[in-house]
Design a protein. Structure first.
Length: 63
């Protein structure tokens, strides 16, 4: 399944969480996420939780 993180295409397996996808995208960014240094937002600017589900084509932004 394909999602997008910071406009980069990322292939993930069904059943993975947002946190899992961030970890597969960048281990360093995942560590920052778990320490609360960055947050994950959907394409509408809404903050999402790392344990949230993923949908095919979902667009996420790390800030």
């Amino acid at each position: 399944m394909t999602i997008y993180i910071n406009s980069d295409k990322v292939e993930v397996s069904p059943g993975m969480t947002i946190g899992d996808a961030v970890k597969s995208y960048s281990h360093e960014l995942f560590q920052q996420l778990t320490r609360g240094q960055i947050k994950v937002y959907d394409r509408f600017g809404n903050q999402t939780e790392p344990d949230g589900p993923l949908k095919a084509g979902q667009q996420l932004v790390l800030k």
